[in-house]
Write a protein that binds this ligand. Structure first.
Ligand code: LMR
Length: 397
């Protein structure tokens, strides 16, 4: 069976972590995989998570199966967090949630759902998270790409994005990043989100909002502007949601597919299709992470603790953005990297070609994802000068 099976190259993001771990140089800097890191470079278990986990373990009486839509309480808790408790979308019953194995599981389930319901294409802005492409095409969807980002201007190319979206019709899906665009860090403004909502309304295409960094751009309310706006303005929306970053639950694989239907009945019907697809695949998601999120969000003390920790993490990343931009200026790069201070979330694209990315890694031990993506969490006071020197050396070589 496998005599002629070919060895595949490592994953472009996860493979970089392995290269970094194997590098013996003490001055190496990991700007690769999208995980939060504190000042010491560690990815700690959040205190609210540790407390919730202890509560969950103390209350646990069985390991029997959970329902296909996940840990009891998780779905309603995520819906309240995303829409706000007084949301008409919730009181009308138009929203339903299915817990999934991480944000990846949500995307794959969304892809299979769309495929099973006759979606003709799924359009992505370019560049996008590299795993979107294999993940969604593996679900059987035909993918198209349209421009999103202008690498010369280091900003969203909204005219080009709109021109691409203008071609979409009722059987098409447009994937948009809810906040903290991966890999560019360049988000749509609220006015631009409103324009896309109007286009979706007029043309009938379905938005799929991928939200993996809720809380890392501005705050928990501002970061879901797109979800709330689209859900109020449009009959149907899909959201893929990850709890990896904002709850620090990476390895617990906790996420959600959120379905907003035209009516409560249609939301339930679509949810039944999604749970049937899940049953045919992995049956049900791992319950542990979902139970932790449900515990945090149902306990006011833990909710407040979690919100404070999340705000602190987000502020640290914003501080790293400012530090990088300022250090670049101090080292004579003028405003070449100043756009980084204005962007949102963990990532930005450093203006680098593939050869310069290789020089950064091989000559200076600075690990940048292909295309130039850096995770700002890897920047700190003690390594930022080495990073800027490496950038100068690679780009001025
Ligand atoms: C990333 O973009 O680095 C993260 O979302 C982790 C991953 O799975 O790629």
């Amino acid at each position: 069976m496998f005599q002629d099976t070919k060895l595949l190259p490592p994953d472009p993001i996860l493979g970089l972590s392995k290269l970094y771990q194997d590098d013996a140089r003490s001055e190496k800097i990991d700007l690769g995989v999208g995980v939060y890191r504190d000042l010491s470079g560690a990815t700690p278990v959040m205190k609210a998570v540790a407390r919730a986990e202890a509560n969950v373990m103390a209350a646990q009486k069985t390991k029997a199966y959970t329902p296909v839509d996940g840990a009891p309480g998780f779905g309603p808790a995520i819906l309240n967090l995303v829409f706000g408790e007084d949301s008409p979308v919730l009181s009308s019953g138009r929203a339903a949630a299915v817990q999934t194995p991480g944000g990846c599981g949500a995307l794959r389930l969304a892809g299979e759902l769309l495929n099973s319901q006759g979606a003709e294409s799924l359009t992505l802005g370019e560049p996008t998270w590299p795993n979107h492409i294999p993940l969604l095409s593996a679900a059987g969807l035909k993918l198209n790409s349209i421009p999103y980002y202008d690498r010369d201007a280091n900003a969203v190319d909204f005219d080009a994005f709109k021109a691409g979206a203008a071609k979409l019709g009722p059987k098409d899906v447009l994937l948009v990043h809810g906040c903290c665009h991966n890999p560019t860090g360049a988000d749509l403004s609220t006015a631009q989100i409103d324009e896309i909502a109007a286009m979706a309304n007029a043309q009938g295409f379905l938005p799929l909002i991928d939200t993996a960094y809720h809380g890392f751009a501005k705050d928990l309310d501002a970061d879901v502007y797109m979800i709330r706006k689209f859900s109020a303005a449009l009959p149907e929306v899909l959201v893929t949601y990850s709890c990896s970053k904002n709850f620090g639950l990476y390895r617990e694989r906790t996420g959600a597919l959120i379905i907003i239907g035209e009516t409560a009945d249609s939301a339930l019907a679509v949810k039944s299709q999604a749970t049937s697809l899940a049953r045919r695949n992995y049956s049900m998601p791992p319950a542990h992470g979902g139970a932790i999120v449900a515990e945090i969000l149902s306990n006011p003390e833990l909710t407040a603790m979690w919100k404070d920790e999340l705000a602190e993490m987000a502020e640290r990343v914003r501080g790293n953005r400012r530090l990088l931009a300022k250090t670049a200026q101090d080292f004579g790069l003028h405003n070449r990297l100043s756009f980084i201070a204005e962007q949102a979330g963990m990532f930005s694209l450093m203006p680098l070609n593939e050869d310069q990315i290789r020089i950064m890694r091989e000559d200076h031990g600075v690990y940048v994802v292909g295309g130039g993506r850096i995770n700002l969490c890897g920047v700190n006071e003690s390594n930022v000068e080495h990073l800027i020197r490496a950038y100068k050396a690679a780009t001025e070589a």
